[in-house]
Ligand binder design. Structure first.
Ligand code: AMP
Ligand code: MG
Length: 351
């Protein structure tokens, strides 16, 4: 199959709507990451998403809408959801709501709830309006790879597998949406994203964060958000997180890079903009400013993908405090590193 990449003109959006109505797949930009869309009401179209991504069938999809009236066919809408939608839609907040029968169980991987979101990206909204169908869309990457934040990333993963990619430039937030479970006494963030715990609490009061956000699942522990089960967000090389005081971390990054390079690895560091000059000899990859976690979020997946392009196999990274958007950054970076963490002090002591 030939994959077309088209800028988001009216003609391209009409073509997208036609393809989606005919049961085909279209990749499209959103403010979080690029999505791989199919008609959420068409079981076969939904199954072809799993095939194109090599996605395990037990990892459910998010249904995208442009208009709240579409929800009537998709899910029950509790009063709490109305308040959250008033405050955060359109935007990077996915709500889990009790599923209705029109949604095939392939979308929800057999779960009782369906994940729904209204994206704020104007191209996504225009496309959803043009086809006027609920669109099931996970991130448009091959399963296990970092989510795509540009049309080029999608092309790298999906060339020959889907007919159309709509190019809407680079995704603003750069990380997937916040997934909130509102079907329990205290709503729980299953996946952190651009809408933070503090933002949610300002609107609905106490919100908890699932324990597995900042650590691997433990033996026998059930994944509340199935996507968290899988090796995810990973570049091909091995990523290690380096923790400690700023000066110690810089010294440790230099030492770790030196040792890895001496052992014949293609080694590099991921560091804040403020530290690029100090780490100039360590193949620095700029994560963005340490004072702007939104910038780190925006760049993270692109940086992880670049490591693969450069065939890096030993990657040492700084970390951000796991607060606000930093929680979402550390959730993804932690998984990219399989939670492998090195204490800077130990490196310096043994150097
Ligand atoms: P993606 O858009 O590729 O990030 O995939 C959507 C993610 O949303 C999945 O990996 C799950 O973690 C989450 N999700 C979707 N539906 C549900 C659900 N019903 N319950 C819990 N998590 C869900
Ligand atoms: Mg994904």
């Amino acid at each position: 199959m030939k994959t077309q990449v088209l800028p988001a003109t009216n003609e391209a959006l009409s073509l997208a709507a036609e393809l989606l109505s005919g049961g085909q797949l279209v990749a499209f930009p959103t403010e979080t990451v690029y999505g791989l869309g199919a008609n959420a009401l068409d079981k076969d179209a939904v199954l072809s998403i799993f095939a194109a991504k090599d996605r395990p069938a037990d990892n459910p999809l998010i249904v995208h809408v442009w208009n709240r009236d579409q929800l009537a066919n998709i899910c029950e809408v509790p009063p709490l959801a109305e308040r959250l939608m008033d405050a955060f839609w359109p935007g990077p907040l996915t709500l889990l709501m009790p599923r209705k029968a029109a949604i095939p169980e392939q979308v929800t991987a057999g779960l009782r709830t369906v994940a729904v979101r209204m994206p704020s990206h104007p191209v996504a909204l225009d496309m959803l309006r043009a086809c006027n169908l609920p669109i099931a869309a996970p991130s448009a990457n091959r399963s296990g790879k970092p989510s795509p934040t540009t049309a080029q990333h999608v092309l790298t993963d999906m060339d020959g597998r889907i007919p159309l990619i709509i190019d809407g430039g680079s995704s603003d937030v750069g990380l997937e949406s916040t997934v909130l479970d509102i079907n329990q006494p205290v709503p729980c963030i299953l996946r952190p994203g651009g809408v933070t715990q503090a933002m949610l609490e300002a609107v609905i009061g106490p919100v908890t964060v699932a324990g597995s956000v900042l650590r691997p699942l433990q033996a026998g522990e059930k994944a509340l958000s199935p996507g968290m089960m899988y090796k995810h967000y990973s570049p091909d090389g091995q990523v290690s997180l380096v923790e400690g005081d700023e000066t110690d971390v810089l010294a440790a990054l230099r030492e770790l890079h030196r040792q890895a390079a001496a052992n014949g690895h293609r080694a590099c560091v991921m560091c804040f903009t403020e530290h690029v000059a100090a780490l100039a000899d360590c193949q620095p990859h700029d994560l963005g400013s340490k004072d702007h976690p939104e910038e780190v979020a925006h760049r993270l997946f692109e940086t992880l993908r670049r490591l693969d392009d450069e065939h890096m196999d030993a990657i040492f990274s700084e970390v951000v405090p796991p607060e606000g958007v930093g929680l979402a950054v550390m959730n993804r970076l932690g998984r990219a590193a399989a939670f492998r963490t090195i204490q800077a002090k130990d490196v310096i002591k043994n150097a």
